[in-house]
Design a protein around this ligand. Sequence first.
Ligand code: SF4
Length: 250
Amino acid sequence: MTAALLDAPRARRRTRRPERLLTQNSDLREHNIWNWTIPALATRLPDGRVVKTCPSAGVCAQACYARNGTYNFPGVIKRHQQNLAYVLDDPAGWQRQMATELAHSRHRGGWIRIHDAGDFLSDRYLSMWLRLIAFRPAVNFYAYTKEVSRFRRLVEPAPPRNFRWVFSYGGTEDHLIRPTDRVADVFPDEAAILSAGYHSQERSDLLAVLGPAPVGIPANNIPQFRRRMAGRTFREWQAERDAKRAARTR
Ligand code: SF4
């Protein structure tokens, strides 16, 4: 079973609801950014459902910061799964609680990063976010996403004024990204970002959507991820992967 569960009957499933939906770490606090997250890539919920949370992930899944370190702590996994289960099993309740939380004065003029991990896993889920964004015009929202075709269909025809996004390379829809799109790529280090003519967002995550583009992100210093990247950017790595696949099917 996959994200199609978003459209399945929900009444029989009960999961513990998180008390707070938005969180903040010290890096984000400095810039008044709050964060919503779900599990990265895919997860098996305690009731056995398997849900793809990054349907268009490509090579990024092999060097995903959110599948490493503290993200693998049992308490963190549980919390992210609770968030996802809430969205899947009680979308109306989740939207109500999120709308209430967003009404707090601390978010007025501030920023919400949609997804520290995970992505817009279905049309329905993205549409729920678009309704929340429209409902809270005093709050700013941003996201990195690999859901290029979904954004083309659902967001780009009427982009909300208080929502910014950046297409991040390393996904199976990289080939749909256009030269005029705002993009982010992951590089081996800061020097590689500069020499490619990209602009680092290292100083503040908000630069990903507010600073000059294209946006460069330095890779995390995780030895096995660096080995897999082999000096390539996510864009180059994905392009190699796509070319190999295309050659096999010829
Ligand atoms: S899309 Fe982001 S969160 Fe999902 S697997 Fe790729 S890097 Fe990880």
